[in-house]
Design a protein around this ligand. Sequence first.
Ligand code: NAD
Ligand code: TYD
Length: 347
Amino acid sequence: MMDRHPQNLLVTGGCGFIGSNFVRYWLERHPESRVVVYDKLTYAGRQENLHDLWEQPNLSLVVGDIVDGELVRRTCQEQGTDLIVNFAAETHVDQSILGPLVFTDTNVRGTHVLLEVARELGLRLHHISTDEVYGHIPEGHQSVETDPLAPRSPYAASKAAADQLVQAYHITYGLPLTITRGANNVGPYQYPEKAVPLFSTNALLGEPLPVYGDGRQMRDYAHVHDHCTGIEAVLLRGEIGEVYNVGTGREMTNLEMVDIVLETLGKDRSLIRHVTDRPGHDRRYSMNVDKLRGLGWAPKYDPRQAVAEAARWYAGNRWWWEPIRSGEFREYYEKQYAERLAGTGRA
Ligand code: NAD
Ligand code: TYD
């Protein structure tokens, strides 16, 4: 298989967690290419995620919404884009339960608009999806790329709809499209609404860790670095029109993840609080990643190392998360956790 080398990337959502890790990784590995980050800068989009890179001549930022087709089209034309990598999304399941409509706006309509621009300008588009589109996976099965989609949260449903649009555009218009479905990522610059950074920063603050339900739900906690190498493998060697799962292929319970966080940070298990479960909470995600391995890719981190590395990053980078935790995030935290934590010992 010949390597393809895209030169001018439009990275939507490049100021978010995975997008910024990808931009950092890509520019290190492909310094000859140019990256335009296209980002709406929602609460999860943070320019400081790329704080040390903005001076580079081959990186720039366009602040915009992926739903704004006119701006996306103009940006691609002006920048000579040959590849759109779509990370832009509303991404948190709990937020999708509190306020679902914006998930449809960005994740479904936004992706559709990007597909229209790709169609008009003849661009390649790589779409970033999630294992959540497969829904709850019973013990004994690992999702493969051809499994039916069975999303169960508003977030997962919006991502599944986007995947189906991408696949329909490949079939109908023959556009050069690919999809990766990532497992739960952990690592630097993940907004502290997600479990691992929430638990790490709570532990560092001496706050209780709100574990939903019995904590025996299972997730494949994959290091974001391995997601980035997986996306790179698909961009360079993946088959057009295909979907690739990206994860470690091994899962652990949330309680095991919490133990790794607490052990890494030298904190006590007495911080754990079992709180009211998330409605519709998927018990288990698990993916088979052999198809991506077939492109010569392999993960560098096992899930235990990934979670421990992530917890260590939050311990060493208070400059990044303290302003978030003391700012707008507090309102969301109150709404999501005050009632859940009341009566569990300490709110
Ligand atoms: P994130 O929430 O950290 O970042 C999302 C980024 O998208 C932010 O920079 C935000 O400003 C931007 N954005 C949101 N709406 C936009 C819009 N309408 N127009 C332009 N930009 C917009 O998300 P993340 O965790 O980095 O996830 C990135 C992608 O990976 C998403 O598509 C997500 O579904 C997928 N994914 C995430 C995980 C995970 O564990 N975090 C796992 C698998 C797949
Ligand atoms: P999260 O990081 O929100 O990812 P996802 O729901 O997309 O898998 O949550 C990871 C797991 O941790 C999931 O099973 C829900 C659980 N969780 C808690 O137990 N407590 C929390 O406060 C959060 C945010 C998540």
